[in-house]
Design a protein around this ligand. Structure first.
Ligand SMILES: Cc1cc2nc3c(=O)[nH]c(=O)nc-3n(C[C@H](O)[C@H](O)[C@H](O)COP(=O)(O)OP(=O)(O)OC[C@H]3O[C@@H](n4cnc5c(N)ncnc54)[C@H](O)[C@@H]3O)c2cc1C
Length: 445
């Protein structure tokens, strides 16, 4: 078993760090203020990931008589932002998870099963194992699914075959690190892509591209490598405060960018990828390109039961099935006793756990308001963050809101954050993971 590459920070270290650091960005959030409610009702949480466990923890803290059931089939709770660090060789494979039983708050009833149906009229949830669970209020946080079947020529199990990699699942991240090391020393042509649907952490494909390029320089092999970065979007990054520096980095590092370009299919035997580019006049051109290393993303969407049960947004991106909520309060547009946040929701911001950290206190308070028969009063401004690793040692810490306006947290706001920094690298590699496991999942930050 591979040894952990990062010195473990335990709960005590983390609390000390929080106390010592003004970087405790929780200061000023509703969490920092004492709050308690006597509201009583049965709450069911679907999905115990970043959003579901954090919501359960907040509600356990804020309700005097909580009655919470959480449904999730997984034994392990993954810190997914760590997948990029595994793929870049910065974290070891055991650095990114905890046992789910140690993450779910004491007092929450855990049903270890998958939800297959929600009947919002009857307030009834059905699981694959045949259980039926009634709720008064539903927290819908099952995250998103990687739709491997929507990409021709490769499946999740085949990641790594024909040097086609994807770090968006745990095993894929481990394999990607093998591929990155080989490519960054032997050389060849590397193609890096994202996908055309909304996807979690839009930064990850860029990060692995930049890390690979830097590793090849560290290996003294850069002149043996050719790079191409393809994005299905019309620009590399859409937050004007950060975009110029990111574009400059790609230019300085000689990584050409192909906009409006998506993967149609992969031929792993021939090591060829078929790409489709939307041209300025609206026409589409298709090219087949050879590669020695490919990093791709599958399309993404909500778990199927969301659309099947009439909970999805049917107007905007209907094929992707995101839960239809009010973008400020997180309350479902049709069913006021359902609240949804995180990756599965149609919130028009980046799908990141950094965004969820800001969503949770607002969602929990708004849910309690409804339980008390009041109108939800807290509003979310779309805050999200994406730490783009630009090399081994630097991160461009992108923080922004619904208006794509930069929204830099204290104490980073004291610095020029339009460029990459060592401090942000330190936060990304050493601080954010303990903050997630011991702070966010405990309902503290
Ligand atoms: C490679 C990668 C890099 C990332 N980098 C960053 C980063 O740098 N910064 C950042 O902030 N974010 C990052 N993210 C995004 C972040 O991890 C997600 O936004 C976050 O985990 C979403 O939380 P969630 O609770 O909505 O979903 P998840 O955390 O995915 O949790 C969903 C949970 O629901 C459960 N579930 C699924 N279906 C069902 C069902 N039918 N019934 C019951 N339970 C179900 C799952 O088992 C899972 O436990 C990254 C993600 C990836 C994959």
């Amino acid at each position: 078993m591979e040894k952990s590459k990062i010195k473990k920070m335990d709960r005590r270290d983390f609390v000390k760090l929080l106390a010592a650091s003004a970087a405790a960005t929780a200061v000023g959030t509703p969490a920092a203020r004492a709050f308690s409610s006597d509201a009583k009702a049965k709450i069911v949480v679907i999905g115990g990931g970043a959003a579901g466990v954090s919501m359960a923890a907040r509600l356990m803290r804020w309700l005097s008589s909580p009655n919470i059931t959480l449904i999730d089939p997984s034994d392990k709770h993954f810190y997914q932002p760590g997948f990029t660090l595994i793929a870049g060789g910065i974290y070891g494979k055991d650095d990114v998870y905890m046992e789910q039983k140690d993450c779910i708050p004491n007092g929450v009833k855990w049903i270890k099963d998958s939800v297959v149906e929600v009947d919002p009229q009857k307030r009834l949830v059905s699981t694959a194992g045949g259980e039926k669970i009634y709720y008064d209020f539903l927290v819908l946080t099952p995250g998103l699914e990687l739709k491997w079947d929507k990409i021709e020529g490769i499946s999740a199990k085949e990641i790594g075959v024909g040097d086609a990699y994807c770090l968006y699942d745990y095993e894929g991240a481990i394999k990607t690190w093998q591929g990155v090391q080989k490519f960054a020393s032997q050389g060849g042509r590397g193609i890096f892509t994202d996908t055309y649907t909304k996807h979690k952490c839009g930064g990850a494909p860029k990060k692995i591209c930049l890390l690979t390029e830097h590793l090849s320089r560290k290996n003294g092999a850069r002149e043996k490598l050719d790079f191409k970065f393809c994005t299905a979007s019309k620009e590399l990054y859409d937050v004007p405060f950060f975009t110029p520096r990111l574009l400059e980095i790609y230019e300085q590092r000689n990584i050409p960018i192909s906009l409006n370009t998506r993967v149609l299919s992969i031929d792993t035997a021939a090591k060829k990828v078929r790409l489709q580019t939307k041209n300025a006049d609206g026409s589409k051109s298709v090219s087949t390109e050879s590669y020695d290393f490919l990093h791709f993303l599958p399309p993404m969407g909500s778990p199927n039961f969301v659309s099947e049960c009439g909970l999805a947004d049917t107007e905007k991106l209907p094929d992707e099935g995101w839960v239809d909520v009010d973008k400020k309060t997180f309350i479902h547009k049709k069913y006021p006793n359902i609240i949804s946040l995180g990756d599965v929701s149609n919130l028009p911001t980046s799908k990141t756990s950094a965004a969820i950290r800001k969503q949770v206190p607002i969602a929990a308070k708004n849910l309690i308001s409804i339980m008390e028969g009041k109108t939800p009063s807290l509003e979310y401004d779309g805050y999200a963050a994406c730490p783009i690793i630009t090399d081994y040692g630097h991160v461009l810490m992108c923080e922004f809101d619904y208006d794509k306006k930069e929204k830099i947290s204290f104490p980073l706001s004291l610095m020029d954050m339009s460029t990459e920094s060592r401090l942000a690298w330190f936060m990304k590699v050493y601080l954010l993971k303990p903050m997630y496991f011991y702070g966010m999942l405990n309902g503290i930050v």
